[in-house]
Design a protein around this ligand. Structure first.
Ligand code: X8Z
Ligand code: ZN
Length: 608
């Protein structure tokens, strides 16, 4: 999560701030000047910093202590930001058509994009939207499955996810999968209202609907962005299909032909993850060459008494080795690193920049697993990005685009190679031959390649919902059509419109746009390759770890320091030398596995 998407500050005091301030130009009807536009932007930057700090503060408390009261406090805080932004955008329209310097023009454009769901200007609707958003996220955070009778024992998402990760028992998996999805039907009316109100807000700002607003944050025409996504998807789709084919055949050996069909989609509950978005928990079942190198980091973490702090320190250490400044002392005292036992919290991992000037934190329910170790690097990527651009005006304090923000920590985690793991004592030996490489690549592909169609389809669904092409009476059916089409995955039991399965994925109730993760999964390999080149790495990309390379770190930091102050191709060029997103480096990285998969799949029917 990045700050702009979120959270803000409260109190009625702040309601008095108006972006135009007391400037004379605001009152008179004389023609506005470029100079006034510049002053306006400066004032908005100052006001927003305060308002966002208030909102982030309230939202932090709510997310780490969910009650009806903290829901309300967070909603009020958000309402203030929404109100301010509605007014600011309205006032900024008087500068339309003026010849402005590029930075001012950019800041004014970004102002319209600074909330993922802008509110309508009607105060009653605004307050309704703020409450709807707060309640949806809390329903998710509080979600528990207490069994078919409702009498318990109750399990939360963490516990149910552990079943999905570890169990190989069809019925036990099914119970956890269906059980988690009982939390979301109550969100359905709220979500429908969220769509209506968000669309009204977006339309007031001049967008056709909320989807167009979301597609407008990429320094290109929103329609062109759609085409870019298709282009990137076509680049990676064949590799996904190869992986799907291999995984389906192996799962058939585990669960039988009657349960895993030879030419149909894979049932969603046997892929090791609640949403079938990351299949790496299946690695022990799918290991290409059993016994060729032990990549089991989970066991080592437990054996070596890695707790949440020690794991986070290991993550920080990686960034320090690249020459980043350490995390501030307050990071360690204010972050939430483990799940509190006495209250409901939003466990979905996130990174926070409360003040825009150094009060950075993460919120996570860390367990000693490799999956969480990687997520820690992901979250720290956000934090180190915040630190690098804190010197900028608040409207420029964001990723070059949102996919950049999501890609930084992941790009670093690509350097968690067997070689690096051995160096930090988490595995005993680096597997040497080609078999070891294929094993390692399988593990990576189960994370990175399995994710791609999921990363694409979430916003495909939302864009269509926002545009009215998917009406509420088809919310669930359309969701599963997309899952089947892109992931080749199907619900294990019939679903209906009494369900609201999209709501069982955090980013839907939390209104976090998802395209960012798809783009990040492409970009991180571009970043990785560029950093490996800077580090002087010789040999294949999959073997490269940039741990300890100041040269790689310098290039990365130069890009991060731009924040959102320039169009993203400028930022990308600074690190990689290219101005386009491209799956080439991803395909290069996985080339050894690709060849291996194709051999394995010979004679199989692939596809669904
Ligand atoms: O939501 C996240 C991060 C926080 S920005 C933990 N991710 C997506 C997800 O969990 O669905 C990271 C990968 C995709
Ligand atoms: Zn993230």
């Amino acid at each position: 999560m990045t700050k702009h998407n979120w959270i803000l500050g409260v109190l009625l005091l702040a309601a008095c701030a108006t972006p135009g301030g007391n400037q004379a130009s605001h009152q008179g009807d004389s023609k506005p000047t470029p100079e006034e536009a510049k002053e306006f932007v400066a004032r908005v930057n100052k006001d927003l910093k305060e308002l966002w700090t208030r909102e982030a503060t309230a939202s932090w408390v709510k997310s780490t202590y969910i009650t009806e009261d903290t829901d309300r406090l967070a909603a009020w805080a958000r309402e203030e930001v929404m109100a301010y932004l509605s007014r600011a955008v309205e006032e900024s329209k008087r500068f339309d058509g003026l010849e402005l310097d590029p930075q001012t023009a950019r800041a004014l454009r970004l102002l319209r994009l600074s909330l993922p769901v802008p509110a309508p200007s009607d105060p009653a609707l605004r307050s309704e939207l703020a409450m709807v958003e707060s309640q949806m996220e809390s329903l998710y955070g509080r979600g528990k499955w207490c069994g078919p009778t409702g009498e318990g024992p109750c399990r939360d998402l963490g516990e149910l996810s552990q079943v999905l990760a570890e169990s190989r028992d069809w019925d036990e998996l099914l119970d956890a999968w269906v059980g988690w999805r009982t939390i979301s039907p109550p969100m359905r009316p709220l979500y429908q209202r969220n769509v209506e109100l968000g669309n009204l807000g977006a339309q007031e700002m001049g967008f056709s609907d909320l989807g167009e607003l979301w597609r407008s944050g990429y320094d290109m025409d929103p329609e062109q962005l759609r085409a870019e996504v298709e282009r990137l998807w076509e680049q990676v789709k064949p590799l996904y299909e190869d992986l799907h084919c291999y995984v389906r055949a192996r799962l058939q050996q585990v669960y039988g032909k009657d349960r895993i069909p030879s030419d149909g989609p894979i049932p969603a509950h046997v892929l090791g993850n609640m949403w079938a978005q990351d299949w790496s928990n299946l690695y022990p079942l799918l290991e290409p060459y059993p016994g060729q190198g032990d990549l089991n980091v989970d066991a080592a973490l437990v054996r070596q008494n890695y707790d949440a702090v020690k794991m986070t320190k290991l993550g920080e250490q990686f960034f320090l080795s690249l020459g980043f400044d350490p995390l501030p002392a307050t990071f360690w005292t204010r972050s939430m690193l483990t799940q509190p036992r006495d209250r409901d919290v939003v466990c979905h991992a996130s990174a926070w920049d409360i003040t825009g000037e150094g009060d950075i934190r993460i919120k996570m329910c860390i367990r000693p697993t490799e999956e969480d170790l990687i997520t820690i690097h992901h979250e720290l990527g956000h934090n180190f990005y915040y630190q690098k651009y804190n010197h900028l005006p608040i409207l420029f304090q964001a990723g070059a685009h949102d996919g950049f923000h999501e890609a930084v920590g992941d790009a670093i985690a690509l350097s968690i190679t067997p070689g690096y793991l051995k160096q930090v004592g988490l595995i005993a030996d680096v597997p040497k031959d080609d078999k070891g490489l294929v094993n390692f690549q399988m593990k990576m592909a189960l994370q990175k390649i399995a994710f791609l169609p999921f990363g694409k389809l979430i916003d495909q669904w939302r864009w269509d919902v926002f545009a009215g092409r998917i009406p509420p009476e088809r919310y669930n059916q359309s969701w599963w059509e997309l899952v089947e089409k892109y992931q080749g995955v199907a619900p294990p039991v019939p679903r209906s419109e009494a369900d609201f399965d999209p709501g069982a994925k955090y980013h839907i109730p939390a209104n976090v746009p998802y395209l960012r993760y798809f783009l990040a999964h492409i970009l991180q390999f571009q970043f990785h390759k560029a950093m490996c080149e800077a580090a002087g790495h010789q040999g294949i990309l999959a073997d490269c770890s940039v741990y300890g390379s100041k040269a790689a770190g310098e290039k990365l930091q130069a890009m991060l320091a731009l924040g959102q102050s320039r169009p993203w191709p400028d930022a990308l060029e600074l690190l990689t030398g290219t101005r386009t997103m491209d799956a080439g480096p991803l395909l290069e990285y996985f080339e050894p596995l690709r060849n291996w998969l194709q051999e394995q799949n010979q004679g199989q029917t692939c596809g669904w």
